[in-house]
Design a protein around this ligand. Structure first.
Ligand SMILES: [Zn+2]
Length: 88
């Protein structure tokens, strides 16, 4: 069975869709008192953390900026990583 986009159907409820189209239509989350579509919430959170790709930035520059943020993030274990790399 084919999805509307041509990919193979992997989701059957509430309608037959591929994973990507299902997420576009039905992946929702409450955040900050508002119901968000997954992609919109993801973008808003990246913008809030200054991690969304800037127009004048190459993908390599963006990846580097995100990596540096992750390596210094307590939440993402960056401090543990930093200690391990210092010791070697
Ligand atoms: Zn699809």
């Amino acid at each position: 069975m084919k999805c509307r986009c041509g990919k193979r159907v992997t989701q059957l409820w509430p309608t037959s869709l591929c994973d990507t189209c299902w997420a576009e239509d039905y992946s929702k989350q409450w955040y900050g008192g508002k119901l968000w579509g997954f992609k919109h919430l993801f973008k808003a959170l990246l913008l809030e953390r200054n991690l969304f790709k800037k127009d004048d930035e190459t993908k390599d520059e963006w990846y580097t900026r995100c990596k540096e943020k992750a390596l210094t993030s307590k939440l993402l274990g960056g401090k543990i990583y930093a200690k391990k790399t210092k010791a070697t």
